[in-house]
Write a protein that binds this ligand. Structure first.
Ligand code: GUN
Length: 282
């Protein structure tokens, strides 16, 4: 028997329909959730991604602004733009697409965003709130994974979760969110000597390493849940960090790439923006 395939895409569609309703109810109270997405440069993958974010926010009825700036934009000009967006009362969420060009400090930019508008959940204040188990804006991909697990009725309490990857965007926060849910969490990364030794003990394996096909069938125990966050282009095809063919017969649940975790990231961004709009208008 093969794994149950968890399609984030289906859940994303369902949740966005609920959000469309919620936005329409907010609009009746003269609250229009507003999102500003800022991108520097013309990397095709990043551009297509942010246009997707903008389109999705418009589709649920939000006020959406996409600001495209040249790659040569100075750090100060970007910080000034963020400061304007911080002051703009029609803007509830601000997202600066990462990575940024080398001449700009990502950390400075992240810390310039008003924590109350930080719908990415990257500001140290929001990261700290998440670490201490408080309600805040959680980073979108980790939050999307949590919602997917809950929707699939996968128990996390007391389970051993092994996270492969330790990025600030995905690996670290997903482990923290699951720790908050009473899981036992192990982090593995590129310097972990024997990856399979750890992943084989996991009830849930979350792979966010950015390495195509890294986790194979012999890395996991029978019946484990495997969440693939990887997005790699191999010979023009999108593939994850998990070798789907060898893992699928062994796992109890598995997310595909594409149509797995990816669509949930944008969905949680919309969720965070609605949350920001409601909070400011409380
Ligand atoms: N680049 C890749 N994923 C993300 C994300 O979730 N937020 C931002 N700001 N940049 C990204």
């Amino acid at each position: 028997m093969g794994a149950n395939i968890i399609y984030g895409k289906e859940l994303a569609t369902e949740l966005r329909e609920e959000m469309r309703q919620e936005v329409s109810e907010l609009k009746a109270k003269n609250i229009v959730p507003g999102l500003t997405v800022i991108i520097l440069g013309e990397d095709p993958a990043s551009l297509s991604y942010v246009r997707g974010k903008q389109k999705a926010s418009e589709k649920v009825g939000m006020e959406s602004k996409l600001i495209e700036m040249p790659e040569t934009t100075s750090e100060q000009d970007l910080l000034d733009l963020i400061s304007e967006q911080n002051k703009d009362e029609t803007v509830h969420g601000i997202l600066v697409q990462l990575p940024l060009p080398d001449h700009i400090s990502e950390q400075k930019v992240i810390e310039a965003i008003d924590p109350a508008k930080d719908v990415d959940g990257f500001h140290p204040i929001n990261v700290g709130r998440m670490m201490t188990g408080q309600d805040t804006f959680y980073p979108c991909t980790p939050y999307g994974i949590l919602v997917m697990l809950k929707k699939a009725e996968i128990e996390t309490k007391g389970k051993h979760v092994v996270v492969v990857g330790r990025s600030n965007l995905v690996g670290k926060p997903v482990g923290q969110l699951l720790l908050n849910e009473d899981a036992t969490v192990t982090y593995c990364h590129s310097k972990t000597p024997d990856l399979a030794f750890h992943t084989k003990q996991a009830d849930i394996v979350i792979v966010a390493a950015g390495k195509a096909g890294l986790v194979k069938g012999d890395h996991i125990k029978e019946g484990a849940v495997v969440i693939d966050v990887g997005v790699n282009r191999v010979d023009g095809k999108l593939v994850g960090d998990v070798d789907f063919a060898s893992v699928e017969p062994i796992a109890s649940h598995l997310t595909p790439v594409p149509k797995g975790v990816g669509p949930m990231t944008i969905t949680m961004l919309l969720h965070n923006t609605i949350k920001a709009a409601k909070k400011i208008n409380d």
